[in-house]
Design a binder for this molecule. Structure first.
Ligand code: P5A
Length: 440
């Protein structure tokens, strides 16, 4: 992508409304724009990161055996009247009437709709277990949307819903998602800690929040510091192995971890003082087992091997991609801007042509741009006529992992400079050697 043809509206000033660093950096680097309170557009730079986050989430959902579909944002109130949540959900639900005066709502979550889909098609235990997910916008009329897309009113959610014949089966489905979440957050460059959590309006009695430790987090959390060293399930993990899933779950729930709502002061104080971690955290995922809470009022039953009808046991599993993007920034930035983990970076590298219009600089930059592009890399080429200092500052701000700096002095020797955004390490190499290093 040539920067001269891209749309990357960088702000020079620090936006006053941004209280935390991720919000400030997302606005400054032109990733998002607030359209109404708590409602955001994702501009091209932000969209690229969001797509990469979603891709990793999808890959790990698919790996665990979940199946993707897409449900609408607007839902009929009838389904929610059936489950009993239409009145219970309160003011966070945005209620709308269509032209026929039919009550509709902008979905804050999809337990009812997926249960309706399930009961319409699945009649036998032979089609179980089943886990269906989608990545779709939600709306919650939060009283205090804040921190940009971290707590917004309209936000993206990956929500998965599992269906099993028995409670034991449902618990295995829960542990599969638990393991898939550990892999997902780790691939996003984050260490998320599963903590016993309150179930709120979703319901049920088994629930974990996945929390990233960050000073700007909204939740107060308490845990054992052993979490920092636990192993992440490997790529070839067998998600169908009941014993395997159980052992991952057992390890990750073997030591104390709780959010403030579930905090047990005495249990926490029983941990050796040096092993206690009391911190703030960002909730990036939340999983629930709630048995027959929805299948019962909505009549979602299957025929079991005994020939009788059984209510299905369900769970639901959420991740917030539009919250994860700022959470990653909170965990990875410095005073100059964002430092993207390679897995979600909007571009693999940025070529900084320090003197656009200079024949040698242009030729070398074009060659690098073509070669990296041909090798399948996503490259941003800063071909604008901005001053070199402006270009360096912009490259640091947007946080692309590798900067390839093409300047008139070094190119006279056939050389360019590579800068690692994370470490700041610089290396001068011939164009050829730089290409070899980047393409491998
Ligand atoms: C689980 C999936 C649910 O809604 N139903 C379907 C269950 N869970 S939850 O905890 O309420 O939300 C799941 C995740 O969505 C993100 N999230 C938000 N992101 C940005 N702004 C918000 N206002 C917001 N609310 C929830 C979080 O990542 C949460 O873990």
């Amino acid at each position: 992508m040539r920067l001269s043809r891209f749309f990357m509206p960088i702000l020079k000033e620090n936006p006053k409304e941004a209280e935390i660093v991720s919000h400030r950096l997302m606005l400054r680097s032109g990733m998002v724009r607030q359209q109404s309170q708590g409602i955001y557009s994702w501009l091209p730079m932000g969209k690229r990161v969001l797509d990469k986050v979603n891709k990793i989430i999808r890959e790990e959902q698919n790996r665990s055996g979940a199946i993707e579909l897409l449900m609408p944002t607007l839902q009929s109130a009838e389904l929610w009247q059936e489950s009993g949540r239409y009145d219970a959900y309160g003011k966070e639900m945005l209620r709308i009437k269509d032209r026929q005066e039919r009550p509709m709502l902008y979905g804050p979550t999809n337990e009812e709709m997926i249960t309706d889909i399930f009961r319409s098609y699945v009649k036998s235990y032979k089609n179980l277990p089943l886990n269906l997910y989608h990545i779709q916008l939600k709306f919650r009329d939060e009283i205090r949307p804040r921190f940009g897309t971290m707590r917004s009113r309209e936000f993206l959610m990956k929500d998965a819903y599992s269906f099993d014949l028995t409670k034991e089966g449902a618990e295995h489905s829960y542990r599969k998602m638990f393991a898939a979440y550990l892999r997902t957050f780790s691939r996003l460059g984050l260490r998320a800690i599963p903590m016993r959590a309150d179930t709120g309006p979703i319901g049920g009695n088994l629930s974990h929040e996945f929390i990233i430790l960050a000073d700007t987090g909204e939740s107060e959390v308490f845990c054992h510091k052993d979490f920092v060293d636990f192993d992440i399930p490997a790529e070839n993990t067998d998600f169908d192995s009941v014993a395997g899933m159980q052992s991952i779950f057992d390890q990750w729930t073997s030591v104390y971890a709780a959010t403030s709502e579930m905090h047990d002061e005495a249990a926490f104080n029983a941990i050796a003082e040096g092993d206690r971690l009391s911190a703030r955290g960002i909730e990036v995922g939340h999983i629930f087992y709630f048995g027959t809470k929805y299948s019962e009022p909505m009549g979602a039953k299957v025929q079991g091997p005994d020939g009788k009808e059984h209510l299905v046991h369900m769970g639901s599993y959420g991740i917030g991609p539009t919250r994860l993007v700022p959470a990653i920034i909170e965990a990875s930035h410095d005073e100059n801007g964002i430092i993207w983990p390679a897995s979600v970076a909007p571009f693999d590298s940025v070529i900084i042509n320090m003197k656009a219009g200079d024949e040698a600089c242009d030729a070398a930059s074009e060659r690098l741009y073509a070669a990296l592009g041909n090798a399948g890399q996503d490259v941003l080429y800063d071909d604008t006529d901005d001053r070199a200092g402006t270009k360096f500052a912009a490259a640091d701000l947007i946080g692309v992992p590798v900067q390839v700096i093409v300047g008139p002095r070094s190119i006279a020797n056939g050389e360019v400079e590579l800068k690692d955004r994370k470490t700041g390490a610089r290396e001068t190499l011939t164009v050829e050697a730089a290409l070899n290093k980047l393409i491998g």
